[in-house]
Design a protein around this ligand. Structure first.
Ligand SMILES: Cc1cc2nc3c(=O)[nH]c(=O)nc-3n(C[C@H](O)[C@H](O)[C@H](O)COP(=O)(O)O)c2cc1C
Length: 188
């Protein structure tokens, strides 16, 4: 069975990310074509990148990097749940991505963005980052508005249509995660 991580992209106390990620996880869990796991980067307590060697070398000197690597390596694909901070993704998520390299490669990724402009600019930046890591990003994405999917910018109440957007994005992530297994098995 394919394993897909739902990666929580905010570590901020009081983050909206938690409600958004749990909502997406609830929708995903109704499926029978993949297994899903919530991955909370806050729980990995990663410092700002402190590895002396580039991640592409695979030489990790810190236990926190090895723990993060072991978790991320187990998945066939990812759904990144990203806030928009200053027209980009969060520094915490970018830092967590930068810690690793080969663990991400030849896998698929989809995105759930949220913010005043649906998190669209955060997702566009993440797509560029993914290209550098040989991650195939799917077209369907979920954009949640602080104005219409949240009350008072803090209580998550997505409009009904958003569930279909999650399903379309997951359909594509699962299809491409499966298709790319050919490349992953060659590497292994
Ligand atoms: C540092 C910071 C910068 C932000 N910049 C933007 C922005 O450029 N565009 C936007 O739509 N929302 C922006 N926001 C609003 C966030 O998208 C919104 O507060 C969201 O809930 C943050 O995610 P989180 O609660 O999971 O941390 C910003 C919020 C913060 C904290």
């Amino acid at each position: 069975m394919l394993k897909i991580a739902i990666v929580m992209g905010s570590t901020r106390p009081g983050r909206n990310c938690e409600a958004v990620s749990k909502w997406a996880y609830g929708i995903a869990q109704q499926r029978k074509d993949a297994d899903f796991e919530l991955v909370d980067i806050a729980k990995f307590a990663l410092p700002l990148l402190d590895e002396p060697m580039p991640a592409s070398s695979g030489q990790y000197s810190h236990a926190h990097t090895r723990t993060w690597s072991a978790k991320i390596a187990t998945f066939d694909g990812y759904v990144f749940v990203t806030p928009e901070y200053n027209h980009s993704t969060s520094a915490a998520l970018k830092n967590a991505i930068d810690f690793l390299h080969q663990e991400w490669a030849n896998k698929a990724a989809g995105f759930i963005g949220y913010g005043s402009n649906l998190g669209a600019r955060a997702v566009e930046h993440l797509r560029l980052v993914m290209a550098s890591l040989q991650v195939a990003t799917v077209t369907a994405q979920v954009g949640l508005s602080m104005f219409t999917d949240f009350e008072h910018f803090s209580v998550f109440k997505p409009v009904a249509a958003q569930e279909q957007h999650v399903t379309r994005m997951l359909d594509q992530v699962i299809a491409w995660s499966g298709a790319l297994s050919v490349l992953r098995s060659k590497r292994d």
